[in-house]
Design a protein around this ligand. Sequence first.
Ligand SMILES: Nc1ncnc2c1ncn2[C@@H]1O[C@H](COP(=O)(O)OP(=O)(O)OP(=O)(O)O)[C@@H](O)[C@H]1O
Ligand SMILES: [Mg+2]
Length: 613
Amino acid sequence: MRWRLQTQRPSGSKRRIFQRTLALFGPYRYRITLLILIIAATAVLDLLPALLLKDIVDSAIPGTGDRGRIDQLFIVLLSAVIASALLNVLLGYTNQMIGQGVMVRLRSRLHEHLQRLPVRFFTQTRTGEILSRVSTDVNGVQNAVTGTFTDFLSNSITLIVAIGIMFSLEWRLAMVAVVLLPLWVYPTIKVGRLQGRLIREWHEETAEMSAHLEETLSVSGIMLVKTFGRQEHESDRFERSNRNLRALAIRQMMAGRWFNLATGLFGSLAPGAVYWFGGHAVIGGELSIGSVVAFAVLTQRVFQPFASIARINTTVLSSLALFERIFDYLDLPVEVDERPNAITLAHPRGAVRFEGVTFSYSAQTTPALRDVTLTIEPGQMAALVGPSGAGKTTATYLLQRFYDPQQGSVTLDGHDLRDLTLNTIAQAVGAVMQDTYLFHTTLAENIRYGRLDATEAEVRTAAAAAGLSDMIARLPEGMDTVVGERGYRLSGGEKQRVAIARAVLKDPPVLVLDEATASLDSRLEREIRESTARLARGRTTVVIAHRLSTVVAADVIFVFDHGELVEQGRHDELLSRGGLYASLYREQFLPDDDAPEDSPLEIAATGAGASGA
Ligand SMILES: Nc1ncnc2c1ncn2[C@@H]1O[C@H](COP(=O)(O)OP(=O)(O)OP(=O)(O)O)[C@@H](O)[C@H]1O
Ligand SMILES: [Mg+2]
């Protein structure tokens, strides 16, 4: 299946899944005991009227006509019915408490686990599928739990008690019923299997549909669809899923209906048969009329539970299949995990070092980084340059510990990132990436994401430092303007400045910056350059450089090619060496950056200042 990672747990046996599922109910032991008691009580109470009927018909109605006894029996019958109805309310409540409790825990665990999963998982899985699993599947589990478990219990108890009563009334008649029951086993199992399969298919199709929707109905998705005029194509794809879902739902429903029809027919005919068979026995003087009446009622009540029990295997199997889908996610290896005694650095200086780092995204692909060794002193500005696909972005991912290298290590202040707490790394390294991600909320909230406890004033200062003041002043709602899905209501440059403001607020000792490749208008270009220069001051900065001003200002330039670090040094040194950097300089940096206002001097000044910090 698409979403699976290469590292898969050995396919667990049904039994292990069952045990793990049971373990989920551990905390609810007492509630479950209560539930069982309630179920037993209701099952017995529901069967009581049949016995009372026997008494009413046999001893109260005929001949002498004991009115007092009829009244008594009726009151008992009424009480049983009312008590059972009340218990049913309690049953529903307890049931929901357990089912919802398990679901809440499962959903939270899933969410927590998903957040710990490596970026790799998210690059390989469609968001819609993840969403489907967290919402639809977990809901399915809740249904399975509350439905399957209670039904099974109450049906078994009903069946056992009813058959017991039948035998105590008249064993020969009871034998007839008991012999007839197994005839149901085969069709029941068959239908159950079919339904189980259809339900699984339904869940898969739902995941498929939600993945498709998520992809095409997001802002970037819809833009792509519109650019290529693919509305009809997407409609067709959707239509197919939609129709499939309809077909599956109808088939599943009809399988149940046909089966219910048969059960219903049998259930209605059975009492007739009982009267016929029992009638003869009554005439023969072997049975009382009351027993026949009670029997007729009991037979009707036995088929439904029996059918469910016969199907329990398949119901349980399809519920387990749902649990399995969830356990599959819970079992995905975290990979990038925190060591037990991981170190916390209170105030990292920001010394970054790559030592013989080799990294590939997967076992099959060639390494994206090969034996890279580089050192960045605290406060330095380092520029990463190189042709497309050289591994620049990858290097910044490793620095943020999105992935761990297969060989070598990335260190911060001399500590391997793997020895530090995840929180230390998150606090120490900030990033402003090229495709800025914003949440669908206000500008202020998006900036505050950099430091959640920042005051209103601090958020404003950060926004100002990122050069957002003018824009905010122009907006009618100012800082409270909602930026829209992924920030699509802002321009590219504005978005990037929001990201810069976020980083300013976070104030990390190490900053990763991915410069925009697209040429911006020169005023905006200067504004962004100024705000990033301000941001870079006094901290270690790793810039994926696309602009001349940046490389000229950099304290050290690292030139990557095909995942290898091929050259390093300052702009002038590298230029005079006449290697890859020199040719990159001519191709990448020179033509775009000959505008007069692109004087590198101011940045050079800040860059030099930073290196001294
Ligand atoms: N998630 C991923 N899974 C597998 N391979 C990847 C992944 N991301 C990047 N790669 C591959 O790793 C190599 C390095 O990619 P990287 O993004 O680091 O290049 P880059 O130097 O940033 O290029 P650009 O200048 O175009 O942004 C490329 O060959 C790319 O195809
Ligand atoms: Mg890149």
